[in-house]
Design a binder for this molecule. Sequence first.
Ligand code: UT7
Length: 333
Amino acid sequence: MSRAAVLTGLGAWAPPTVVTNEELASCLDTDDEWIRTRTGIRQRRVIAPGEATSDLAVEAGRRALKSAGTTTADALVLATSTPDRLCPATAPQVASRLNLGTVPAFDVAAVCSGFVYALAVGAGLIATATADSVLVIGADTFSTVLSPSDRATRAVFGDGAGAVVLRAGSPEQDGALLDLGLGSDGSRSDLIEIPGGGSRQRSTGLPTDLEGTYLTMRGQAVFAQAVHRMSESVRETGARTGWPLETVDRFVLHQANARILTATAKRLGQPVERFVTNIDQLGNTVAASIPLALADGVASGELLPGHRVVLCGFGGGLTWGSVALVWPQLNTP
Ligand code: UT7
């Protein structure tokens, strides 16, 4: 019997500070109606001064381990594009704070597809018997990389973290990751970027460098790519799994914009009611968005054991990826 990675625990954490559309409108040229109708977002969460991505990752990781009924994991994979520092990776610190000992721990940077990429890495560690269990976390704090004057990105992004525990099992078990399809298109890397701070555009130490440390996004072009890539990716994963899309109970897509979810559902010819969403409460939480949507889907009863589920991420890079699984019975953390 072949060895599969099986999802056995789920945890999520969003920082308590809420920023409503009205609060954004009090300091930016925007309003609640524009944000709600163009994005579906009503509010987002942001970290407090002094907090960092690792703090959210630890909270979500702790909850996922508890949900899996364990305190250990053989490896930790952290999907993030807002690490605490550029160097070293954030994952080892998270592993230490979770008392996981000296297990392998590293970051995966695939922006909003990060969680699906990290699932694929975790599944690979299990398939090769490098690990019997892997803690996979998606955590981002994009509030720390947004220009205070950019109304488009500040309306969209929020902070959060979500995590799952993968354990070696069989493909027949509920929770087994059945198909993982990933892709990228680096020729469109300029559509979402933070130009400064890396080896291409180093800091000269001048105050004008600050602009380069902010996220830039060409919203309309990204929107079109998101719909195109996610619908293709979901279609391919459905076909490889042998699941006609009509038989998929829930689609859990990256929560980038409610209109992207509606347009993708339409492109796939599937009712939008089967697309789990929590974007109104949390906005776009980047690598955390899929596990946060899973946690909210479970809490609301939208996502039930036995459901056929397809997860799909899309984001900067450009990158995208999907995974199919039958939703397992989990303990609530
Ligand atoms: O996470 C994965 C990657 N991210 C995404 O998938 C995000 C994809 N893109 C989007 O969600 C949307 O493109 C945005 C929400 C970012 C922007 O919405 P849009 O409907 O595409 O607006 P737009 O960029 O075409 O801009 C239309 C107008 C512009 O004004 P002018 O040039 O027509 O005068 C913008 O400046 O809307 C303006 N605008 C705003 N107005 C009020 C942009 N943001 C705001 C705002 N409030 N917050």
